[in-house]
Design a binder for this molecule. Structure first.
Ligand code: SF4
Ligand code: SF4
Length: 441
């Protein structure tokens, strides 16, 4: 039965819906003591997880029970922000019959949903540098992933997902779209943009990115945010790295605030964004390990959007340095197992409300009601690669008719990956990096 649950996840094409998209069947094949639901949803403006917990509490708990069964976990924890009061009420009811499951309340801080932060808060245990929750006998899955697992147990593959469409749109809301729906169609479903000159950010202002609105949503798209093209967040995301280097040289005052707010530094990891910025300003690092410490950066953006008083972008610089080191073939050697929590950690948490204000997003912090009616579209473009690992291999041909839910892409032999299914019924019109299906009825 244990392997059946992992196989079920594999056959349904489930990937971690809240992060980089790690194929869930791999996590389900592990043996652990504790299974944690990451119900923090700490990216400003996103609503989808907190709403799904309210609408589908039983499904979430069923998904958690399946995950616990597959991994042998004896303890289940739903780590949820204290402020999601209605969801907590529903979840408390849903876990009543299962004494192995408890609810852990998190503060409304960023990034409460970072796996290392979440595990430390919920269990008081520190995951080693560069490590995974698995290293200390824990699996962490996000809310949507476990709801998908519950649906997989009913034989349903992943063909759609709820997405919060917000920002400068007429009717900010959370709606269910077929996978592969164009972002333009999601904005249309939210009543259209309220401004002419806009750009689109997916998956949140902190860790999200600017995207071409002609691109499709994937299994990992939790939010579509429309912002004016001269908005602070858009400008920060779009600014060229060469300009950022020039400004760093001119404006970094070496105050170390970027390091002082870094959630991984506060957990005892050896990464120092201020020293990386100083290395960039001087044209050479003080010590090489300051630069290789960038391997420990999870690109959460706290240093940039909360820490830096000069409007610099240490997060981007950390990412850039990390990329260059990887390009030179350097491997991450930061793997310390015994870490000491920073004594001031508890005073350095970033309240989400203040973060939203710093991001100049208070005007866009909408409620976004959830709509249960599925949005219909005429065409979808389903990317072969939506997740960590290798792209799926198409098993259909152009001109072929497919039914919604049919398998259209398989995992390459011996690879890490996820299968994909047709998200609407129709005819295959194109196969490239995406499989395009056009509705015929
Ligand atoms: S982005 Fe900044 S704050 Fe976040 S982990 Fe990296 S260095 Fe730390
Ligand atoms: S917070 Fe900004 S100014 Fe201060 S050290 Fe970091 S990058 Fe430099």
């Amino acid at each position: 039965m244990t392997s059946t649950i992992a196989e079920m996840a594999r056959n349904s094409g489930i990937v971690g819906a809240g992060g980089a998209g790690f194929p869930t069947h791999v996590k389900l094949s592990a043996k652990v003591q504790t299974y944690i639901v990451n119900a923090a949803e700490c990216e400003p403006l996103l609503r989808v997880d907190q709403q799904l917990m309210k609408v589908y509490p039983e499904k979430l708990v069923h998904g958690l029970q399946l995950g616990m069964k597959a991994t042998g976990a004896k303890r289940g924890i739903i780590a949820v922000k204290r402020k999601y009061k209605n969801a907590i009420k529903k979840l408390t009811q849903a876990i009543k019959a299962d004494s192995r499951i408890e609810i852990f309340l998190l503060e409304d801080v960023y990034p409460a949903g970072d796996e290392h932060v979440l595990v430390y808060e919920a269990l008081g245990k520190i995951i080693p540098e560069s490590g995974l929750p698995l290293d200390i006998g824990v699996v962490v899955n996000n809310v949507y992933t476990l709801i998908n697992l519950a649906e997989a147990s009913e034989g349903k593959p992943i063909v759609s997902r709820y997405v919060t469409v917000t920002g400068a749109v007429k009717n900010p809301s959370t709606m269910e779209f077929p996978i592969g729906t164009s972002i333009l169609d999601t904005i249309k479903a939210a009543g259209g943009a309220t401004i002419d000159d806009y750009q689109v950010l997916i998956n949140g202002p902190m860790m999200g990115r600017i995207i071409d609105p002609k691109k499709p949503i994937t299994k990992l798209t939790s939010g579509v945010i429309v912002l004016p093209e001269d908005h602070f967040v858009v400008r920060m995301k779009n600014e060229r790295i060469s300009s950022k280097v020039i400004v760093t040289k001119a404006a970094c005052i070496r105050c170390q605030l970027c390091t002082e707010v870094c959630p991984r530094y506060l957990l005892g990891h050896e990464l120092y964004p201020d020293k990386v910025m100083r290395g960039i300003a001087w044209g050479a690092p003080e010590r090489p390990e300051y630069m290789t410490g960038t391997f420990l950066c999870v690109e959460c953006g706290a240093c940039t959007y909360y820490g830096c008083p000069m409007g610099l972008d240490p997060c981007k610089m950390m990412t850039e340095v990390k990329g260059q080191l990887r390009g030179e073939g350097l491997k991450n050697t930061h793997t310390r197992k015994v870490l000491s929590i920073h004594p001031e950690r508890k005073y350095r948490k970033l309240p989400v409300k203040r973060l939203i204000s710093r991001l100049d997003l208070l005007n866009y912090d909408h409620d976004c009601p959830i709509k249960k009616r599925k949005i219909q579209v005429k065409q979808v473009s389903i990317p072969l690669k939506q997740h960590i690992g290798d792209p799926a291999i198409p098993i259909v041909k152009v001109g072929e008719t497919v039914e919604k839910g049919a398998l259209i892409g398989k995992i390459p032999d011996g690879s890490l990956g996820a299968v994909i299914h047709a998200s609407i019924s129709g005819v295959i019109r194109h196969i490239g990096q995406e499989i395009v299906i056009e509705k015929t009825k």
